[in-house]
Every structure is written in structure tokens, then in C-alpha cells.
Design a protein around this ligand. Structure first.
Ligand code: GLA
Ligand code: ZN
Length: 672
């Protein structure tokens, strides 16, 4: 979204307050340099007091007040919490949990996305809001719902799931093949035999206490369906708005590494992406930085909106320390450094009752300006007013990390070899290396064009999306550097395991064959050596061979089994010019002592690395440093004190380098 100034504001809920308070709010917020208000996020019950009555009178007064006081407005559709009367009259709107419990009215984000009532009344309200407020020239964006998420397992969702499957597979034969239903007698003969994979059917708690499913293929489709089904509900509201105000951008607010929805898919239906950033007091700064880059990535590397952040302490975390002096400024400018063109808070005034009364706000319960938090908000607002040149700039990254939601889901439901596998954590391991080396990174999807990057890292690609391996192969042939890691190339997008040797479609690009994995219990650490240095191996050890070992095995089997069709399958075909990767590192322990753990293949004009295990920050840093060096990628700075992050944005007005000090004491920076 293009703006002339940094948007600075956030969630404002005047409907929770007597109107005499509003005048003070306007004055206090203006004095704090606030220029934007996000309103109407949770007002459905008062906007629609009954089935056929609507009452916009209070919202009219709020909209007028915001306009008359010069505030830009992001207007929410109010549909993230349903009115109690609606649940009483139309129970289809209520969700059903994974154990079959139908919920009563309560809390928020409480609607079933398939509910006919929701699908009728939510877009109706969105359309009415658009009609009513379309002429407010301070209306700069629409905010649909709020933090979409969760799953519903009701009968309506089940019906829609079956329709979604029919559309995807066409025939039950196709579905039975993709889901490998011959396993445990699951063959379906009628679409209506298919049930939602929940705790009443396929799902259970593993020995280690992890929720897991028996039929990965089915569950993965349910995740895909649930994300699409929620998206459909969002689109209904979006379309109702667009029919009236086609030129006003529409968004919904995303969350921190939120697994439930495929944000790469959702962002295609949004005019700009926005997100709510609430780090915990002990969040790793690299994870926080990556979260911003992830959101910038799902938005196509364009500037994003920091829709919410907390001015001081949140209320919902386990422990909610106050932000220390300067921390609010540091975290807000960090968002800007990673691509935000807006800094916004939840909430403008601290609520008087219910869950969020202990949540930080610009105006605290004391109800006055001049508090420590208020003063810092004001000072930051003033600072942002002098930073307009940065608006619209992008991050000139030469390196990228691939982050794929479906792969995340796939890894989370795999049974074996260990419950310690963690896709997000492994991606952060690589991200942290770039972060520590002060090398900017884009987080990208499997659909992104790779050609602009010198280095692409796709950690732990258990599931390979159609066409991705071919794209990587071309990228490397053309001179790119590709890095991937253990348990990559095991399954296709139907969750069917590749035959003919891991890493499936990456075998030739990587020049290796992974024969097996060994899972390491948490108390066991293996070791490996690379460049004369010893590193730790954790979680999983892939046992890597040169590709020619696989070729030989295929030939031996051909000799033993004779000329049979089975071995003519393309899974058993390796090109004549395929070569073996160079051994970089080998294991130092166990029965696989001396076996390759780290390999580098010279493929076409490029290089591709395979890392067979999970290791420590030191290893990732050494690896990424070597890879960056080899690919001609230069860090933004060196000799920067520990705890200082360096980030960059660039546009036609200049290159803006940010030094972000995460320590609570001052440090000296020497620009290199
Ligand atoms: C979320 C929600 C807000 C509010 C904040 C509190 O981000 O979108 O409505 O509840 O959390 O941190
Ligand atoms: Zn439902």
C-alpha cells in the first residue's frame, strides 16, 4: 500500500468507552503523532442487534470523529467475533472441535467457516459498511475479520471437505491412489464415506505427546481444505467490499509463523499484507527478524504493514514483562528495517474490562498523556515523521530461504523417524546464520523465481512441490548456489514416498543418494568434521552416498532381476552425465563413522550443498559464510558488536542501513 507518510496508529476501540472520553483520546493521540486508527474490529453485536436490524449510529460518530481530527482509518468488518443472538438462533455458526465437541457461544474467532449463516451475514455486513463509508476520503484500507485461524470439524465442514476433494481428484480412484488407501483397508467407494481426520477418526496423541494422524495424505488435504475454506469466507467479505469500493486496498492481519493457513496462497487475495508482531520476552532476535522477512516474502517482497504490536506488556503470554525504555522504538524500527511502511499498535486506550485490560496501550488506565510509554510512543512518532524517504523501498537481498507451508504441515504429521524434527526451527537455524553474518535474506515460496538470487537455501524439503526440483536444477545449472538439508526429497505433493532413492527428484542436482536416516535421542550428540573442524550432529543423521553408488546398485539389481519393467521406471534412471558430489564433511561417530554428512556438487555452472544433519549455530554460520564467499555475496558490515543487527532497504532515494541494538546497553558502531 502506498502512503505519503509512515502510518502510525493502530487498534482503537472507542465503542468500549463513554463518548466523553473520545475528545481526550483525539487530543492525546494527535499529540503522540498518531495518524491512523484501525476501528470496528469487534463490534458486530452492536452494529447488528438482531436478525434484521442494523445500527450504525455509533460507528457514524466514530468515523466522523476520526475524519474531523485528521486520522486515516483502516476500517474492519467486525466479523471475527459473532453476536450471541446469532449463535442462539443459528447454531451452525458455532465451531466443532477436533474431539467432536460442539462449542457454545463465547470468546472470538468462534465461527465455522462453512456456516451458511456466517457466509450470509458476514459479507452482508461488509457490503453495508462499504456502502455507508465509501465516501470518507480518510478511509485508506479495509481490514477483513481478524487473525483468521483455527479448524472446525462440524458436519458442514465435512460436507464441504468432500466437495473440495471431488473437485481436486475428480474420481475416487484418483483419491484412493493419492491417499494410498490400500493401507489399513481404507479404500473409499463413496465420497460420503470420507470423514474429517480428527480425534474421532484418524488423529491421536503419539507416545511422545504430539498430536498426529494415521493417514498423512488425508490430513494434509484437510489442512489444505481448511486454509482454502477460511480463505473462501474471507473472499466473500472482500468481494462484497470490492463491489462498492474497488480502489480501496483490502487486507487481513496475519500472525507470527502461523501454521494453520497457507499465507502464500492467502496473500494472492490481498492488496497488501499486514501482520501482528508480539515477540515473547525470550524470543530469539533472529526468529523475530525472520518473522518480518517471512511476511514481506508472502507479500511479494513489497512493503508491509505492521498492523499490531504492543506498546508495553501483553497480557496473554506466560510472563509479560514491560518493554524496557527504548525497546518499543527498537522493535518498531526493526519492523521498518525489514520492510514495514507502517508501525501500529494494539491498543490505543487500555480496555477497562475483560481479557485485555492488562494489555499495554498508548493511553494507559491512568488515562493521561506523559507516561513513560506514552512519551516513547510520541518520540517514535516524531522520528517516523522524518523518515518518509524510506517509504516504498525494498530489501536488496541476494540470498533467499524457501519456506513452504505444505512442507511444514507434511513434516508436522510425519510418523518417524523422530518427533524432534521441526521445520520452522531448522529454517531459523539457517536464517540465524545470515542474520549473524549481516547478510540480508528474502524468505520466498516454492513458486518464486529463483534467478535473481545468488544463494537459495531450502532446508528440510521433505515434500517436493510439483516442478520445484526441476526449477532448482535449472537454477543451479545456470550458476546458482543451492543448499538443502536432511530428509529432503522424501515425498511428493500427495505424500507418497519417492521410489528409487532419496532425495528423489533432487538426486542429480545434488549428486548424492541418501540411503537411510538415523534418529538421535535428545541426550545423544554425534559429531562430524568439516575443514578440519569438529561440529555437533543432532536430531537426524542422513547417511549420504555418492550418486554413483545408487547407479551401481541399480545395475546390480538389473543383473540379478533380469530385464523387468519395474526397473525401467524413471525412478531407476540416472542420466549418463550425472556426477558425484564432493565429500565435504564426514561423521565421526557410530556405525556411520566416515560416512558423508556434508556434500557439495558442482552441477552445471553452479553448486549444490546437502547438509545431512541438524547442528549448532557455529556450524550454520561457518557453512553460510563459506557458501556466501563462494557465491560472491558480501555482508552489509563486519566487526559489528554482538547483539547488533544490520538490515538494509533501498529505493531511488538512497540506501538505508539500519543498525539495531538488541542489548540493553549502548555499543559503538563503526561503519565499514
Ligand atoms: C491479537 C488481536 C488483537 C489483540 C491482540 C493482543 O493480535 O488481533 O485483537 O487481542 O492480539 O495482543
Ligand atoms: Zn464447521
Amino acid at each position: 500500500m502506498k502512503t505519503r507518510h509512515f502510518l502510525y496508529g493502530g487498534d482503537y476501540n472507542p465503542e468500549q468507552w463513554p463518548e466523553e472520553v473520545w475528545e481526550a483520546d483525539m487530543k492525546l493521540l494527535k499529540a503522540a503523532h498518531i495518524n491512523e486508527l484501525t476501528i470496528n474490529v469487534f463490534s458486530w453485536a452492536s452494529l447488528q442487534p438482531s436478525e434484521d436490524t442494523y445500527d450504525f449510529s455509533k460507528l457514524d460518530r466514530i468515523m466522523d470523529m476520526a475524519r474531523d481530527n485528521g486520522f486515516s482509518v483502516m476500517l474492519a468488518t467486525s466479523t471475527a467475533a459473532t453476536p450471541p443472538w446469532m449463535a442462539k438462533r443459528h447454531p451452525d455458526i458455532l465451531r466443532t472441535d477436533g474431539d467432536g465437541m460442539k462449542r457454545k457461544y463465547g470468546a472470538r474467532h468462534n465461527f465455522c467457516p462453512s456456516s451458511p449463516t456466517m457466509r450470509k451475514y458476514a459479507p452482508l455486513l461488509a457490503g453495508k459498511l462499504a456502502e455507508r463509508y465509501k465516501n470518507y476520503d480518510n478511509l485508506i484500507a479495509w481490514h477483513v475479520g481478524n487473525e483468521y485461524g483455527g479448524m472446525c470439524c462440524c458436519d458442514n465442514c465435512q460436507k464441504k471437505f468432500r466437495q473440495w476433494l471431488k473437485k481436486k481428484y475428480g474420481t475416487l480412484d484418483n483419491l484412493n491412489r493419492a491417499w494410498n488407501t490400500a493401507f489399513w483397508s481404507h479404500t473409499y467407494y463413496d465420497w460420503d464415506e470420507i470423514v474429517i481426520p480428527d480425534k474421532r477418526s484418524e488423529n491421536f496423541m503419539s507416545e511422545g505427546g504430539k498430536p498426529i494422524t494415521q493417514v498423512q495424505d488425508t490430513y494434509l488435504d484437510y489442512e489444505r481444505f481448511n486454509s482454502d475454506n477460511m480463505l473462501e469466507e474471507y473472499i466473500l467479505e472482500r468481494d462484497a467490499i470490492k463491489a462498492v469500493t474497488p480502489d480501496i486496498p483490502v487486507t487481513t492481519n496475519f500472525m507470527w509463523f502461523f501454521e494453520g493457513l497457507d499465507y502464500n496462497k492467502w496473500s494472492k487475495y490481498m492488496d497488501f499484507v499486514s501482520w501482528d508482531c508480539y515477540p515473547h520476552y525470550d524470543t530469539d532476535p533472529a526468529e523475530l527478524a525472520m518473522a518480518h522477512d517471512l511476511i514481506r516474502g508472502v507479500g511479494g517482497q513489497k512493503p508491509f504493514v505492521l498492523m499490531e504490536s504492543c506498546p508495553s506488556s501483553t497480557n496473554w503470554q506466560h510472563i509479560n514483562p514491560a518493554k524496557r525504555p527504548g525497546e518499543l522504538t527498537m522493535q518498531s524500527l526493526e519492523a521498518v528495517a525489514h520492510g514495514a511502511d507502517a508501525v501500529q499498535f494494539f491498543q490505543m486506550r487500555r480496555a477497562r474490562g475483560a481479557a485485555e485490560s492488562m494489555h499495554g496501550a498508548v493511553i494507559e488506565h491512568v488515562g493521561l498523556g506523559g507516561t513513560r510509554v506514552y512519551n516513547e510512543v510520541r518520540a517514535l512518532g516524531e522520528k517516523l515523521e522524518g523518515m518518509d524517504d524510506i517509504l516504498g523501498s525494498t530489501v536488496p537481498a541476494e540470498c533467499a530461504i524457501v519456506f513452504d507451508w505444505e512442507n511444514w504441515w507434511a513434516i508436522d504429521v510425519i510418523q518417524g523417524p523422530t518427533e524432534l524434527v521441526d521445520y520452522k526451527a531448522e529454517c531459523i537455524n539457517y536464517y540465524r546464520a545470515f542474520y549473524d553474518l549481516h547478510i540480508p535474506v528474502d524468505v520466498i515460496s516454492t513458486e518464486t523465481d529463483l534467478s535473481k538470487y545468488r544463494v537459495v537455501v531450502a532446508p528440510f524439503m521433505l515434500m517436493v512441490q510439483d516442478g520445484f526440483a526441476e526449477k532448482v536444477s535449472d537454477y543451479v545449472k545456470n550458476g546458482g548456489t543451492f543448499v538443502t538439508s536432511y530428509m529432503t526429497g522424501l515425498v511428493d505433493k500427495d505424500y507418497l514416498f519417492y521410489q528409487g532413492g532419496y532425495p528423489g527428484p533432487f538426486r542429480e542436482t545434488l549428486g548424492i543418494w541418501v540411503e537411510e536416516q538415523n534418529a538421535l535421542p535428545p541426550e545423544k550428540t554425534d559429531h562430524f568434521t568439516w575443514n578440519g573442524k569438529e561440529y555437533e550432529a543432532h536430531i537426524v543423521c542422513d547417511l549420504i552416498h555418492p550418486l554413483s553408488d545408487l547407479k551401481r546398485l541399480i545395475e546390480d539389481n538389473k543383473k540379478a532381476l533380469g530385464d523387468i519393467d519395474y526397473l525401467k521406471d524413471k525412478a531407476y534412471h540416472i542420466s549418463d552425465d550425472a556426477c558425484d558430489a564432493e565429500v565435504q564433511g564426514t561423521y565421526a561417530d557410530d556405525f556411520y563413522k566416515g560416512v558423508t554428512v556434508l556434500s557439495e556438487n558442482h552441477y552445471g555452472n553452479g553448486h549444490s550443498w546437502y547438509v545431512g544433519t541438524s547442528s549448532t549455530p557455529e556450524f550454520y554460520r561457518d557453512l553460510i559464510s563459506a557458501v556466501a564467499d563462494e557465491s560472491g555475496v558480501k555482508p552489509l558490515a563486519s566487526n559489528v558488536p554482538d547483539g547488533v543487527e544490520v538490515a538494509v532497504r533501498k529505493n531511488e532515494k538512497g540506501t538505508f542501513v539500519f543498525y539495531i541494538n538488541h542489548k540493553d546497553f549502548g555499543v559503538d558502531i563503526k561503519r565499514i
